[in-house]
Ligand binder design. Structure first.
Ligand code: C5P
Length: 397
C-alpha cells in the first residue's frame, strides 16, 4: 500500500531516533521512496550514513552545505506526506511558533503536503501544559498526530511519552493512504459562500459568509479522490483546481444548480449561508434616494437543504450546517430532523474563533440518532478533515 509513495522522514533529537532507522527500513521494504531530513541534534543519536545507506538518498540537515543550498521548497513539494518521527519537545515548540532555524523547520514551513508527527518525550515533559498547548496549536494548523504510547521511558519512568512503534507508524500510514482515496468514484455536491439578493442593479442584501469552510470541505473531498462540484456564491477565496465550480449569485440560482447537480450526487454538503429572504420586485433601475423611508418587500427563498432532503434517495447522504446563537444543540437537532439530513454540523457564534470570516471554526456534529461528536477549535482546513472523516464513518456505517 505504500508502494511508490514519496515520504519525507523528519528526524529530530530524541533517544527515540533509533526507532527511525527501523521505520525507514520498514518504509523501504513496503515500497516507499524516502528522503530523510534531520536536525543537528538528531545526528547525535543516529548516523546520517546509516540513514543514507538505507534510503539510498542523501540525508540533509543544513540549509546550506559546502556552498550549495538545500532546496527545502522542492522537498516539501516532492513528498506525498512528511512524517516527523520522533518529534522532540524542541521541534514541537518551533513548529508551534514557526521558528525557522534549521532545514527540518524550513522544509516543514514550506511543505504543501500533509504532515504527521510522532512525538517522543519523557512523561513529565509530555504532560507539561506548554507541550499540550503547542500540540493543540500544531493540530489546529492541520497537522496530524500518531499518538504516543505508554511504557518504559529513557528516564526509567513508566508512563505516556514513548514514540509509537515503527510498525504502528506503518499501519497509520497505510490507513492514511487508503482513506485518502476513500471517495474515488463518488460525486460530492457542496454549497459555499453567501448569496446576494439584488435590490436594484447596483445593490443587494448579503451576509458575512466568506466561503472558506465550504471550499475547505471541497478541497478535502478532492484530496480523497472524489468528483467534487461546488455551487458557490460570491467569494474572493481561491478555489482549488480540480473542483467543478458552478458560480451563482442568488439563492434562486443556487437552488436551481443544486437540484440539477443533486440528481446523480452520492453526498451533498450544504455549507452555504443562503439568504432566507429575497426581494419581491427587483427594481430594474437604480433606486433614487428621497426624503421618505424606503420599504423593501421580501419573500422567503426556497430551502435548498430541505428540498434535497425531501427528494433524497435511499443511498444519498445529506449534510447540513447550523449556525446558532442560542439553544444551539436543540436547534441543530430540530433542523436535522425537519430537513431530513443525515448529519448536521453545528457552529455556535458563542464560541470564540467560530463562524463567519474567521480562519478557524469550532464544530459539534450530530448524526441521525442524535449522537454527538465534539471537536476543538481548529483552522478551517483541519475542521474540513474532521467533517469528511465523520461523513466517511457514517456513510459507510
Ligand atoms: O435553517 P437554516 O438556514 O439555519 O439551515 C442552515 C442549513 O440549511 C445550512 O446547511 C444551509 O446551507 C441550508 N440552507 C439551504 N437553503 C436555504 C437556507 C439554508 O440550503 N434557503
Amino acid at each position: 500500500m505504500l508502494k511508490g509513495k514519496k515520504i519525507l522522514l523528519g528526524i529530530s533529537g530524541s533517544i527515540a531516533a533509533y526507532k527511525s532507522v527501523i521505520l525507514l527500513r520498514l518504509l523501504i521494504k513496503a515500497g516507499a521512496e524516502v528522503k530523510v531530513v534531520m536536525t543537528a541534534s538528531a545526528k547525535q543519536f543516529v548516523a546520517p550514513l546509516t540513514l543514507s545507506t538505507l534510503s539510498k538518498n542523501e540525508v540533509l540537515s543544513e540549509l546550506s552545505d559546502n556552498d550549495s543550498w538545500s532546496n527545502h521548497v522542492m522537498l516539501g513539494r516532492w513528498a506525498d506526506i512528511m512524517v516527523i518521527a520522533p518529534l522532540s519537545c524542541n521541534t514541537l515548540s518551533k513548529m508551534s511558533t514557526g521558528l525557522c532555524d534549521n532545514l527540518l523547520m524550513a522544509v516543514y514551513l514550506s511543505a504543501i503536503c500533509p504532515v504527521v508527527v510522532a512525538p517522543a518525550m519523557d512523561e513529565d515533559m509530555w504532560n507539561h501544559a506548554t507541550t499540550k498547548d503547542n500540540l493543540k496549536k500544531i493540530l489546529s494548523n492541520g497537522n496530524s498526530i500518531i499518538p504516543v504510547e505508554e511504557g518504559e521511558l529513557a528516564s526509567g519512568l513508566i508512563g505516556p511519552g514513548r514514540m509509537a512503534e515503527p510498525e504502528s507508524i506503518i499501519i497509520w500510514l497505510q490507513e492514511y493512504f487508503l482513506e485518502k482515496k476513500s471517495f474515488v468514484g463518488k460525486k460530492i455536491l457542496i454549497t459555499a459562500g453567501p448569496t446576494h439578493e439584488a435590490i436594484d442593479p447596483v445593490r443587494f442584501i448579503g451576509n458575512h459568509s466568506s466561503g472558506k469552510m465550504g471550499i475547505a470541505v471541497a478541497e478535502e473531498f478532492l484530496k480523497r479522490g472524489a468528483d467534487v462540484t461546488l455551487v458557490c456564491g460570491p467569494t474572493s477565496e481561491i478555489i482549488p483546481p480540480g473542483v467543478h465550480v458552478v458560480n451563482v449569485v442568488s439563492a434562486a440560482q443556487m437552488y436551481d444548480a443544486c437540484i440539477k447537480e443533486f440528481a446523480d450526487a452520492n453526498i451533498a454538503v450544504m455549507c452555504a449561508a443562503v439568504a432566507d429572504y429575497t426581494i419581491t420586485n427587483i427594481a430594474d433601475k437604480k433606486i433614487k434616494k428621497d426624503d421618505g423611508k424606503l420599504l423593501l418587500e421580501l419573500e422567503k427563498t426556497k430551502d435548498i437543504l430541505q428540498s434535497l432532503g425531501a427528494s433524497k434517495k435511499e443511498k444519498q447522504f445529506l449534510v447540513g450546517f447550523a449556525l446558532e446563537t442560542n439553544n444551539e444543540k436543540e436547534n441543530a437537532l430540530k433542523k436535522l430532523t425537519a430537513k431530513n439530513a443525515d448529519m448536521i454540523v453545528l457552529n455556535s457564534l458563542n464560541d470564540s474563533g467560530a463562524g463567519f470570516q474567521h480562519p478557524t471554526n469550532k464544530i459539534t456534529i450530530f448524526d441521525k440518532s442524535g449522537k454527538e461528536y465534539e471537536f476543538d477549535t481548529k483552522l478551517k482546513v483541519a475542521v474540513a478533515a474532521d467533517i469528511v472523516n465523520t461523513i466517511h464513518q457514517l456513510y459507510n456505517a
